[in-house]
Design a protein. Structure first.
Length: 313
């Protein structure tokens, strides 16, 4: 038996031998059963044999297990130098990235994020913004009307009203959100992202507005940005301007701005004799387009994963 144990080639073979020895009908088991009738010397012999065999089985088992492990290690190793399947790592959508960057910039200037609903009532989207019904300026924005008289928010300016109604003055907020208009071409989509800024306090001037716009654009585009303002018209600001930024040798239209119209302040129960402020609004998805060198705004919203991948985001 000892030789058989020593020569066992596998765990299975060893287990069979073990059963033959120590199993119910095993040879050693039989011997142990006879012990009661034997002399002390004879018992000592059997006991010695018993422990010797157990020891042998134990050693052989360890040896066979180690051999099996080594064999496995020799064949099943992981080659860490092998190239992996390319990892499909997710990235943030360029719009999400820009949104986060812009928010961080505005917050660093002391503006607080404010939000509002995308389905807006007439009061917040138009009337309170000094654009009562039949005001010709309503035609500036091709509005989607809902059957109940509400509209798909055409401008984040609606959020100015919500913020001032709730918070009063002084107030310094920005808002980012989707807005909707009936227009569609390469630079316009029915849905686009706007960002609004509003700063109402006791001594706010146009220079604060210009400084804020210039610093914001410079931070976002990570370079010194030159801007210019042109006279314009919005019902809710007076004076009103449009602002452009210099990009290469071109001037790009960025958005609208101005000093908050006294009627707008009054509509929000703020005394225009005590407070004044500036407001601005622009398409932040357009800013993302410029930053990332894209030429079709609609691609942002197609949800085409191939485009996202090929754009290197
Ligand atoms: N809401 C205007 C637009 O959508 C932009 C704007 C915002 C102008 C704030 C002035 C002040 O065109």
């Amino acid at each position: 038996m000892k030789d058989k144990i020593k020569n066992a080639k596998s765990i299975e073979e060893l287990q069979a031998l073990y059963t033959d020895t120590f199993g119910k009908n095993g040879t050693m088991t039989a011997k142990l059963k006879t012990m009661a009738n034997l002399s002390n010397d004879e018992r000592a012999v059997i006991n010695a044999e018993n422990s010797e065999l157990r020891q042998l089985f134990k050693e052989k088992q360890t040896e066979l297990e180690n051999a099996a492990l080594n064999a496995k290690l020799a064949t099943e190793y992981v080659d860490v130098t092998l190239d992996n399947e390319p990892e499909n790592r997710g990235t943030l959508h360029p719009l999400t990235q820009s949104l986060k960057e812009l928010s961080a910039i505005m917050e660093s200037f002391g503006f607080t994020l404010w939000t509002g609903p995308e389905i807006e009532d007439d009061w917040h989207n138009f009337t309170a913004l000094n654009t009562p019904e039949y005001h010709p300026a309503r035609d500036m924005q091709d509005t989607f009307f809902l059957e109940n008289g509400n509209v798909m928010r055409t401008q984040t300016s609606a959020i100015q009203i919500r913020a001032m109604e709730k918070h009063g003055a002084p107030i310094k907020i920005f808002a980012i959100g989707s807005t909707y208009r009936k227009e569609l071409d390469a630079t316009h989509s029915c849905m686009f992202g706007q960002m609004e800024g509003l700063y109402v306090d006791k001594n706010i001037t146009m220079s604060d507005l210009i400084g804020t716009l210039r610093s914001m654009l410079s931070k976002f585009f990570e370079r010194d940005i030159e801007i210019r303002i042109r006279p314009s018209y919005f019902p809710f600001t007076e004076p009103s301007v449009e602002f452009d930024m210099k990009w290469g040798d071109k001037w790009l239209e960025m958005g609208g701005a101005g000093m908050v119209h006294p009627n707008v302040l009054k509509n929000c129960n703020i005394d225009p004799n005590e407070y004044q402020g500036f407001a601005f609004g622009f398409g932040w998805d357009r800013m993302a387009m410029i930053k990332y060198g894209l030429n079709d705004l609609r691609k942002f919203y197609d949800g085409d994963i191939r485009w996202l991948k090929n754009s290197g985001f």
